[in-house]
Design a protein around this ligand. Structure first.
Ligand SMILES: C[S@@+](CC[C@H](N)C(=O)[O-])C[C@H]1O[C@@H](n2cnc3c(N)ncnc32)[C@H](O)[C@@H]1O
Length: 393
């Protein structure tokens, strides 16, 4: 395998990729479960693409990294990862999953779990927490099932400043984020305050363990990461790629999907009530509507918008890649017959040539009962996903 072109030596790479794409086992391992990012793909898929289509030391890019699945797997495989997303929540989560902690950070976080967490409760004075409860950022958390959890989360956020480093603070916010998602997002069952506190402590232990194991493995592999928070349509302008430096040999990604809206930026509390609380907890900015993260509005009339934005981003991605480099994408469609030809035309216009590695068919998979945007519930029972492999020409 060549070190710079990312080309597999044989067609075995395609066979392995097809197996990995169809693997339906739940996402586990390393730091992958720090957050359930919507529409994340399988770590096996990312790992297989990286193993068979690049070499250690190569730059591998995920321009729409979401929860950072590709970045985590690439670092473990000794690649120089560049991850990017428009969503500051995705950037927060990927950083939390990949940033090592010092021993003193770990000790401080364990103290937080044993000393601070038991104090998060009803007894806290309202005015003590008011400064941490922004009504806009906690919208819809006043429903009965969430009200007391909002107070417990505010208590948690008020304690974050006592941790000494930004890395430790980021980790603890991620613990609260994951526990908050577990307690609130799409949840039917009631979570008591005692359950919430117990879960926070369990999450600290589990996540410290996972991050420790991940950090050790990356020290051995020599992997690294650069994380960017921007529009993929301007990716080539990022400092990391200036003057033709660090061009990617391989891109592994899943872009926003044509005709399928995913709720990347909200949790749903009590049925369809949406809350921006994840940004409140992570301490990052949002202020955008759903269409911002989906290449445009949900309506069919907006399909043109989708393909216009998709083309702009693909063109920029091409400029961040080496000639002959490879791009592997998992793309979901709700009407593949209409959308796929347009998607492929965009790829060609952006400077990519499809590559099937001698296989007659593309790799497809059906994801039954996938949970998409609430307003599509009942209309979209399954989605069709395809793996597209192209070379930069
Ligand atoms: C399907 S998700 C990626 C999930 C990821 N593969 C994972 O495993 O978590 C698509 C991502 O594209 C991001 N996105 C949407 N528009 C973007 C743009 N113009 N530039 C960069 N990222 C964008 C969304 O915020 C979302 O995180």
């Amino acid at each position: 395998m060549s070190e710079t072109t990312g080309q597999p030596a044989t067609n075995d790479g395609f066979a392995a990729l097809a197996d990995a794409a169809r693997d339906g086992t739940p996402v586990t391992g390393w730091t992958h479960n720090f957050y359930r990012y919507p529409a994340r793909f399988s770590p096996h898929f990312a790992a297989s693409a990286i193993a068979h289509f690049s070499s250690p030391g190569d730059v591998v890019l995920d321009p729409y990294m979401g929860g950072g699945t590709t970045v985590v797997e690439g670092m473990l495989a000794g690649r120089r990862m560049v991850g990017n997303d428009l969503n500051s929540l995705a950037v927060f989560v990927t950083r939390a999953k990949t940033t090592p902690l010092t021993e003193s950070d770990v000790a401080g976080i364990r103290r937080w779990a044993s000393k601070a967490v038991p104090t998060f409760g009803f007894q806290r004075a309202r005015d003590e927490l008011d400064a941490f409860i922004d009504p806009l950022r906690t919208k819809n958390l006043s429903v009965p099932r969430a009200r007391f959890l909002k107070k417990a989360i505010a208590a948690a956020l008020s304690s974050v400043g006592h941790l000494e480093t930004v890395e430790a603070q980021q980790f603890v916010r991620c613990v609260v984020l994951r526990t908050g998602q577990w307690a609130l997002d799409g949840r039917v069952r009631h979570t008591s305050l005692a359950d919430f506190r117990e879960k926070l402590q369990a999450m600290v232990a589990e996540m410290l363990d996972s991050l420790g194991t991940f950090t050790q493995a990356v020290q051995v592999s020599g992997g690294s990461s650069t994380i960017l928070n921007g529009d993929a349509a301007r990716l080539h302008e990022a400092r990391v790629f200036r003057e033709g430096r660090n061009l990617a040999s391989l891109v592994v990604t899943s872009p926003p999907y044509p005709g399928v809206h995913v709720l990347y930026h909200r949790w749903q509390v009590d049925g369809r009530r949406e809350t921006p609380a994840p940004y409140w907890i992570a301490g990052c900015n949002d202020g955008q509507g759903a269409s911002f993260y989906n290449f445009g509005d949900r309506r069919q009339a907006a399909a043109d918008n989708y393909f216009r934005n998709s083309l702009l981003t693909l063109q920029s991605i091409r400029r961040a890649m080496r000639d002959g480099g490879c791009i592997i994408q998992m793309v979901a469609f709700n009407r593949p017959d209409e959308q796929m030809p347009r998607y492929l035309a965009n790829m060609q216009a952006a400077g990519f040539e499809e590559w099937r590695g001698g296989a007659a068919d593309r790799i497809w998979r059906q994801v039954p009962h996938r949970k998409w945007h609430a307003t599509l519930r009942g209309k979209t029972h399954s989605s069709n996903e395809v793996v597209l492999v192209h070379r930069a020409v």
